[in-house]
Design a protein around this ligand. Structure first.
Ligand code: HEC
Length: 103
């Protein structure tokens, strides 16, 4: 019985830390699907597309949620609004964790 309760406790701790911190590997896979076409390999930035790597997680999450809500930030927000619209909260957390971890 004690073992079961301990298992449940560990499960909830892991599940909540997963939800808060984002999964770097999953973020990397999602980034590779199409973000890199504009933002360059590893979020290094390309021409007029902003550099993303190494930025604060809260900053990245905030920007992606702002775009997802359809709110413009800079002169070329239309592109990003289109890209952010299909993202889930978990995908945003994963992408932010990945980009923050890139050096
Ligand atoms: C079609 C090209 C394109 C694609 C694909 C794209 N972006 Fe962007 N992204 C932009 C442009 C252009 C901006 C600047 C928009 C503006 O002026 O507000 C931007 C801005 C951003 C910003 C805000 C940067 C800052 O410092 O203000 C983040 C974060 C971001 N993109 C993440 C992503 C992620 C994650 C993906 C993949 C889901 C992605 N982008 C796919 C073109 C693109």
């Amino acid at each position: 019985m004690k073992g079961l309760l301990f298992g449940i406790l560990v499960f909830f701790i892991l599940a909540s830390s997963y939800a808060w911190s984002g999964d770097i590997e999953a973020g990397k896979a999602r980034y590779a699907q199409n973000c890199g076409n504009c933002h360059g390999p590893g979020g290094m930035g390309l021409a007029s597309y902003p550099k993303l790597k190494g930025k604060e997680i809260s900053y990245l999450v905030d920007k992606l949620k702002t775009y997802r809500a359809g709110t413009r930030i800079g002169p070329n927000s239309d592109l990003m609004i289109m890209m952010a619209q299909p993202l889930s909260d978990v995908e945003i957390a994963n992408l932010a964790a990945y980009l923050n971890a890139e050096k």
